[in-house]
Design a protein around this ligand. Structure first.
Ligand code: ATP
Length: 362
């Protein structure tokens, strides 16, 4: 059986022996049902070490926003607890009001106040005496590179600038935790890449504990020190981006986080025999398996000696070309960082390299 990292228990995550100052956010056994809808969260356990970021990734409707709202105190869990350091925020008989949690939130629509200028927007969450002008507002604007825009109306800003105002506003009260719900989904592709890079830089610089919600795998891997993949209210896998991509716990997850094909094989002693050759396999996996083959692991060659396949599809994506191939009756997908080199119907050589593969019992 492939041993994959599922939701951490305290012991697995080392939480029991973690010094208090680095405990961060701990979510344990959280359950939530809505009348007329049913179970939305079903026993969610997560741990975000202080100063690190967690990306919560999952398909639409799997409960990501509900989890964020429970952490923020905007929804009450039916069961389970949320802790921040040594403070219990909800559960175990405790309840801390949202405004006393020291948690900031950036929403999908950024929720800026159009009748207030940039500076007043950033100052909105601060104590009344600091709202019109304070060093926290100046610091916030400087952090996001908008110091020269303090007096501007938010209606005159670009999408990327509005997003940065929302971030500065959430950070101005210096929250212990920042929650971000699909914060880049309203930006076009080019802006999205630059704004999310900037947000990552700012959060690392400030060592804020953060939780991002996204349905975009690339974004989750880029922004999350760790990633929790959710489906139907449950955490399917909780681990580093590399663990999630290279050692997914099941086929659904393997496909959800990237292009994947599966090839039947017989495995023993760290190697797997397929109908078209032998590859190295994680030694914990044996018996009848399906190998996980990511497209970047499939090398293609013009030579037709050795293992060969027939190209059945060519997709040019700009930064790379994706090929579908038929190899001994099975589908393989390859991706190369070059413009199309092979044509549909062409016979090409295939090299799976000598790296170790991952797989699932059949
Ligand atoms: P998306 O990516 O589409 O935003 P999500 O993973 O964030 O989805 P949630 O917003 O947490 O999902 O919602 C999970 C499910 O719970 C959805 O089907 C939603 O319709 C339902 N739901 C959320 N809030 C309520 C509510 N207050 N009352 C009833 N049902 C609700």
């Amino acid at each position: 059986m492939p041993a994959g990292p599922v939701a951490d228990s305290d012991a697995e995550s080392g939480l029991e022996s973690t010094p208090e100052s680095t405990v961060g956010l701990v979510i344990e056994g959280v359950e939530k049902a809505f009348p007329g809808y049913g179970q939305v969260l079903d026993g969610v356990d997560l741990h975000v070490a202080a100063g690190t970021s967690l990306a919560v990734l999952g398909p639409s409707g799997c409960g990501k926003t509900t989890l964020l709202r429970i952490i923020a105190g905007l929804d009450v869990p039916d069961r389970g607890s949320v802790r921040l350091g040594t403070r219990v925020l909800s559960g175990q008989g405790a309840w801390v009001e949202p405004e006393r949690r020291n948690i900031g939130m950036v929403f999908q629509d950024w929720a800026l106040f159009e009748h207030l200028n940039v500076s007043r927007n950033v100052g909105f969450g601060l104590p009344r005496s600091e709202r019109r002008s304070s060093t926290r507002i100046d610091e916030g604007l400087e952090l996001v590179g908008l110091s020269d825009f303090a007096e501007r109306s938010t209606t005159t800003l670009s999408g990327g600038q509005r997003q940065r105002v929302a971030l500065a506003r959430a950070l101005a009260p210096r929250p212990e935790v920042l929650l971000l719900d699909e914060p880049f989904s309203n930006l076009d592709a080019a802006l999205r890449a630059s704004v999310r890079g900037e947000v990552r830089r700012i959060l690392r610089e400030l060592s804020v504990t953060s939780v991002f919600v996204t349905h975009d795998q690339e974004e989750a891997f880029l922004l999350g020190d760790r990633v929790a993949v959710m489906n139907e209210g449950k955490v399917v896998q909780f681990g580093t981006p590399i663990e999630i991509y290279e050692r997914p716990v099941n086929k659904w997850l393997a496909t959800f986080v990237g292009d994947a094909t599966f090839v039947e094989a017989m495995a023993s002693d760290g190697s797997a025999r397929t109908s078209f050759g032998e590859v190295r396999l994680d030694p914990s996996i044996s018996g009848e398996v399906e190998l996980l083959i990511r497209p970047e692991r499939v090398g293609l060659m013009a030579s037709t000696s050795g293992v060969t396949g027939t190209v059945t599809e060519v997709e040019y994506l700009g930064h790379s070309t994706r090929y579908a191939l038929e190899v001994d009756g099975q589908l393989l997908v390859a991706r190369q960082s070059s413009s199309p080199q092979y044509e549909v119907g062409q016979s090409v050589g295939i090299d799976l390299g000598d790296g170790e593969f991952w797989g699932f019992p059949r």
